[in-house]
Ligand binder design. Structure first.
Ligand code: AMP
Ligand code: ZN
Length: 429
């Protein structure tokens, strides 16, 4: 088995040994920051109380609000002049949360991303195009340095400018691309307009992530581009990409447990959920020196996949993120996750690449309107078949979410596009 570094194939006892050493070290380092000195003192925890990885449960949680309230430098463990870069979260609500890195931090981050890419089959001979936005968003530089660490010829294409993206993919015979899934779907309609078959390029692997997407979307991307698409999970608070990634088995994402201590807890009680059950992912950085974060509540809902992966790696796997504990829609008293709507839409062949969910209030009644782009070949059909399609979508949605949504069929390219993470829900209530 080819590996990027040895730790990738460490067994459970080795992984746990590393975790114990690094957790102790992390807690020790964290106390150099004003924020954690106070937080640990308030929780009555001393560095000496942390002896093994199991002691993580004694530590207090960190939430996004903590990062905001100690903005900008309150979590640093070293003077600002030791920091060499900062990134920020792409959140649309509230102030951005900012993360700082030392040179060592950037180095270990690049190693982790390189390990992820290597695991999915990327090699130094590959030509790699990064179609993620650069700048504060971690999917740009984070993935970029990982690809260079692996030795790939790396094209920092950035987001948007679809025609130029396609030209570069073709001119440089790009074999691997990193792309946000909603943009991959949008880009396919530009291929259609240009009358180029995406399969005629040299692409063989696409790394997709940064936003929630369903298995149905992955399959569409694989079919359209003729590639294997691997799910990539990360968040800026934990560096960004490189936290968890799919191996060639595509059955869950391995969390690199030498670098992150992962727990899954009930978001209400904050108690650990039984193995295999859905809960909120909580992560602790184990090799970040400039700004370690302890027991960060990600708000991302997932589960540990029980059992061992057939690839032989023993780092635990998480399931694709099914929702965030804060993006649930409550409509007429029913709890709905946007991902449920996507799963249904993307399994219907007539449905095109883009959709949006709008919530509106009519009088005292809340209503969900789902605007769905329809593929060209179906849009030209007669009124009756369009009505039948509308009925089919409404019916399948009702079965899944128990709500009768108003379904608008719209033409390709009529819904707003976004180069970054897709905005799927607009709440006008
Ligand atoms: P940011 O740090 O602003 O880039 O956003 C991180 C958030 O993006 C995570 O907490 C997740 O909610 C979401 N995210 C990142 N990667 C994935 C993925 N592969 N699947 C689902 N959601 C993701
Ligand atoms: Zn595996």
């Amino acid at each position: 088995m080819q590996y990027f570094d040895k730790v990738e194939f460490a067994d459970r006892s080795e992984i746990e040994q590393i975790q114990s050493i690094r957790l102790k070290n992390t807690v020790y380092q964290a106390t150099a920051s004003q924020f954690y000195r106070n937080k640990l003192a308030m929780a009555g925890i001393k560095v000496g109380d942390i002896k093994t990885h199991n002691d993580a449960s004694k530590l207090p949680y960190t939430v996004k609000e903590d990062l905001r309230s100690s903005y900008p430098y309150g979590l640093l463990t070293q003077p600002v002049d030791k920091m060499v870069r900062l990134h920020a979260s792409s959140g649309t609500t509230g102030a951005a949360t900012v993360i700082f890195h030392t040179e060592n931090d950037l180095n270990s981050w690049a190693d982790l991303v390189a390990r992820c890419m290597h695991m999915s089959g990327v090699r130094s001979r590959d030509v790699f195009q990064n179609m993620s936005g650069y700048g504060l968003f971690t999917g740009g530089l984070g993935i970029h340095y990982g690809a260079e660490r692996l030795g790939c010829l790396t094209i920092p294409a950035g987001a948007g400018n679809s025609k130029r993206q396609i030209k570069m993919l073709s001119d440089f015979k790009v074999s691997v691309a990193h792309i946000i899934p909603s943009y991959a779907l949008h880009l396919s309609s530009v291929f259609t307009k240009l009358d180029i078959d995406p399969k005629s390029l040299h692409l063989k692997i696409m790394l997709i992530g940064a936003e929630p997407h369903s298995e149905e979307v992955r399959q569409r991307i694989e079919d359209i581009y003729g590639v294997k698409a691997y799910n990539s999970y990360g968040l800026s608070e934990m560096n960004g990409p490189g936290v968890a990634f799919e191996c060639s088995e595509q059955s869950g994402m391995h969390i690199w447990e030498d670098a992150y201590l992962a727990e899954i807890v009930d978001p209400e009680t904050l108690e650990p959920v039984p193995e295999g059950e859905l809960g909120e992912l909580v992560l602790t950085t184990l090799c970040r020196e400039g700004m370690p974060i302890i027991r960060y509540r990600t708000r991302d809902l997932t589960r540990f996949i029980p059992g061992e992966c057939s690839c032989g790696r023993q780092h635990k796997r998480i399931d694709r993120i099914s929702a965030r504990s804060d993006d649930m829609i409550v409509l007429k008293g029913v709890n709905i996750f946007p991902m449920q709507v996507e799963k249904i839409l993307m399994s219907i062949p007539e449905v095109g690449e883009n959709y949006v969910i709008e919530l509106e209030r009519q009088g005292y009644l809340d209503q969900m309107r789902v605007k769905v782009e329809i593929r060209d070949e179906f849009f030209v059909e007669d009124m009756r078949s369009l009505q039948a399609l509308q009925k089919k979508i409404t019916g399948q949605l009702r079965e899944e979410i128990l709500i009768t949504a108003k379904v608008d069929l719209v033409e390709r390219d009529s819904l707003p596009k976004n180069d970054g993470k897709a905005v799927r829900v607009i709440d006008n209530r």
